[in-house]
Design a protein around this ligand. Sequence first.
Ligand code: ZN
Length: 278
Amino acid sequence: MPELPEAETIARGLGDRITGHRVHRVRIHRDEVVDPMTPRAFKKRLTGRIVQRVERRAKWIIARLDDGQRWITQLRMTGRFIWSPPAPLRGEPHLSVSLLFEDPNHQGAGVVRFYDVRRFGRMSILDSEAWSELDASLGPEPLSDRFTAETLERLLAASGAPLRNLLLDQQRIAGLGNVYANEACFIARVDPRRPASTIGCAEVQRLHGAIREVLSNAISRRGTSFSDYRDIGGGEGEFQNELAVYGRADEACPVCATPIHRVVLAGRAAFFCPTCQS
Ligand code: ZN
């Protein structure tokens, strides 16, 4: 499931391709992708607009449009954007949306296609008020200056939930998912099952650094590809080769060789080294 580094990689790739380009035509192949908007309203508000900038917030891909609206996409489990030069559609069973872009100089036109095997991905068009509401509902960006060790300390102190669960709460910290939350706990040498409020001062410092380190490294490796995630050129990320604990139950800890434990917290697997993480 795409998390912050994968969404960032996709946003940068899309930005390189469609910034300054006009949305010439929108085709919706599965209506639920724009729910609760109607396909007709979605197409009307997006067609003809010029993309001024593509950015990321939490796990959302955000395209700012020339009339102040934002075209936003949540990839969820298996959503994937692919850019290509204009080409006719072949049989494409998982295609949800296709958008034809043209640049004002009539050069470099391209098609952006959104594929989604599991169909949980969603798109919408938001005016600035609706965007502000969504933005305000999300926690701080972990790679921003706003996210300090003091911010993290306050978040942890206020929660008795297991640390790993708190790290997944998008209203507290934006963009972390299960892969990077588990990896950050390993780097910080903290047991992900511990109640968040019991994490000590030195541990908070380590965890803050670990969250930023793992996300930055994953962005530089273009994300983690297990099965579905691809960048907009169809390429895989490389960070799956560098995971220390996530998905590695019973394999040797890269630091001490103790077998990695897997437990289920709030319905989702957590992975940790029982020797290194206390
Ligand atoms: Zn270990």
